[in-house]
Design a protein around this ligand. Structure first.
Ligand code: ZN
Ligand code: ZN
Length: 246
């Protein structure tokens, strides 16, 4: 077994809150530059840049985990990690059915760019991807599991959009596989604040919305196989995960 460096929560230009130059191509080039071996591109409520990302990742020899960051009706962010692109697309269909129907019609303009391998714009996504779905956090986790994925409680130390900020605690029916602590909190503070969740595996990821933030926080996974299956196995033995920040 050996350690692999992973940042499993990176937004692309499909997320309205991310920079428009954070394209799949630039994310993967930057990830390689800083020695990441595994990344997940997780846009808000959409997987539409993942086909492009997977083509580039295959070419560049980096493992891309298909992912999404899904917003529940309680405004909780859940990071969903999948084995295949098809699983992510299946989840995307469920999520799209639970987004508001009027899309961006009554909103200020935002950029949610779907791009190709050459960074050409294929589509301006017109859905309110940054908003809440009509699914509860518990429903989302159940659906992620049905699609064969892993569900991670995003940035639990944040003041908003986290399972703990929105619900006060992690209810037992929200069967998350791991929790993510953000760049902003020290390990010491996190261990004190989330002592009751030490039975779960913890991740650190960058939650990057800009190219420069990729890899500022990451997790070292001890794996015998660099694959989604290898990562899923490591989630079950939390001693094989080591969280880091720059
Ligand atoms: Zn989030
Ligand atoms: Zn995020």
């Amino acid at each position: 077994m050996r350690y692999f460096k992973a940042d499993l929560h990176i937004h692309s230009c499909l997320s309205a809150c991310a920079d428009i130059d954070i394209t799949p191509l630039r994310i993967i080039k930057r990830a390689k530059e800083i020695g990441l071996q595994v990344i997940a591109i997780a846009d808000h409520n959409s997987a539409e840049n993942l086909l492009t990302a997977s083509l580039i990742a295959d070419r560049e020899g980096i493992l891309l985990i298909p992912a999404m960051e899904i917003t529940s009706k309680e405004e909780v962010h859940i990071l969903a990690l999948f084995e295949t692109l098809d699983c992510a697309m299946e989840m995307q269909s469920l999520v799209y059915r639970s987004l508001p129907e009027d899309g961006l019609a009554n909103q200020d303009p935002v950029y949610q760019l779907v791009v190709n391998e050459d960074e050409e714009i294929l589509d301006f996504n017109g859905k309110t991807l940054f908003g809440a779905t009509s699914l509860s956090a518990a429903d989302i986790v159940t659906k992620i599991h049905r699609c064969g994925g892993l569900a991670v409680a995003s940035h639990v130390d944040r003041e908003c959009f986290s399972l703990i900020s929105q619900l006060g605690f992690i209810p037992p029916e929200v069967a998350i596989d791991a929790l993510e602590i953000s760049y902003s909190i020290s390990m010491k503070a996190a261990l004190e604040r989330f002592a009751s969740y030490r039975h779960l595996p913890w991740l650190r990821n960058s939650d990057a919305h800009t190219l420069n933030d990729i890899g500022i926080a990451y997790t070292m996974f001890k794996l015998d196989e660099l694959s989604f299956k290898g990562i899923a196995a490591a989630f079950k033995e939390k001693d094989r995960l080591r969280v880091r920040r720059e």
